[in-house]
Design a binder for this molecule. Structure first.
Ligand code: GTR
Length: 311
């Protein structure tokens, strides 16, 4: 015959890692995608989801995906900053002005361009997922102004940009994998961290660091990406099915995310934690040298400019 139609192409189980537990919106979105993929391929293409970090921390699953040992991983964009320079742009502090702005950017030409940049580094970007906005949380008192961060050991994601961001605010950046943050807070290895409300709640960080200040400094989205090594071996029809199922999981993720932000806020309020509003202007002003250093090339500057111009 010599011809493999999609229907007769071999069955394939695609393994995907996620740091979050099963009920978290990213994992729920992957389950949704898995159902669509199985349905549309008559059970030939399936997702096997390894949630709760069982395959390792984000930096590790990125490596496994690069090697093709793992087919896919769902990570935040920020741990990719050192590997894929274009991701830096969408991790810059105070660049997205709202979730709606971030959606317009990732759904538009800039999102597609950043996505294409993954391929030169061994990955295929399949979807951007929501991650809300990251804010600082601490043990003893809420952060109200940059001076309150002075000298504090603040956990950041494993990214040179994330380190520079908190250093520019006067804190001591402490890069740690997500899975180590709860214990590091509890044992006071660190004085605080920063994350969105759902992660702050879900990972139990609020139990040790009960002051959450709404700096909302970073809105870097989550990404679902595939190993290019694996991708290149798949029949075109299968690639199309995978891309479509990933795209179709995005609206579901957005719905789940909006719901989860409310659930987390309510649960935190029940635990006596009410996020405190802050004046963001001095935090934003301190980011100028960070932009100068990280959005340094004409190409990255141009991406920043186009994101700012996206309405
Ligand atoms: C969460 C994100 C995770 C991980 C984590 C972290 O918001 O969903 O993928 O990046 O933050 O701070 O390490």
């Amino acid at each position: 015959m010599g011809f493999l139609s999609a229907a007769s192409a071999p069955a394939r189980e695609l393994r995907v890692a996620d740091t979050h537990p099963q009920a978290y919106p990213t994992v729920q979105a992957l389950e949704h995608m898995g159902r669509l993929l199985a349905e549309r391929s008559n059970g030939r293409l399936t997702l096997k989801i390894f949630h709760s970090r069982v395959l390792g921390e984000e930096v590790e699953t990125i490596q496994q995906t690069l090697a093709g040992a793992l087919e896919m991983t769902r990570v935040n964009l920020t741990p990719l900053n050192a590997t894929i320079p274009e991701t830096i742009v969408a991790s810059l502090p105070f660049l997205f002005t709202s979730a709606a702005h971030m959606h317009r950017v990732v759904d538009g030409p800039v999102g597609a361009e950043i996505g294409r940049a993954f391929e030169a580094h061994g990955f295929v970007l399949l979807a951007y997922y929501d991650s809300g906005a990251r804010s600082f949380y601490t043990h003893d008192k809420p952060i109200q102004r940059p001076a309150d961060l002075k000298g504090l050991r603040i956990r950041v994601q494993q990214s040179p940009l994330a380190e520079a961001m908190v250093a520019a605010l006067g804190a001591r950046p402490t890069p740690l994998a997500y899975g180590q943050v709860a214990v590091a807070l509890k044992t006071r290895l660190i004085d605080g961290a920063e994350n969105n409300l759902p992660s702050y709640h879900d990972a139990g960080h609020y139990l040790a660091a009960g002051h959450y200040a709404l700096t909302e400094h970073v809105m870097a989205p989550e990404v679902l990406m595939m190993s290019k090594r694996v991708w290149d071996q798949l029949p075109a029809a299968d690639r199309a099915l995978i891309r479509q199922a990933a795209a179709d999981s995005v609206p579901e993720m957005r719905r789940l995310w909006a719901e989860r932000e409310k659930i987390a806020a309510r649960a935190l309020a029940d635990a006596g934690i009410v996020p405190v509003a802050v004046d963001k202007a001095p935090f934003q002003a301190a980011m100028r040298p960070v932009y100068d250093r990280f959005a340094a090339t004409p190409a990255l500057k141009d991406l920043v400019r186009r994101i700012q111009a996206t309405r």
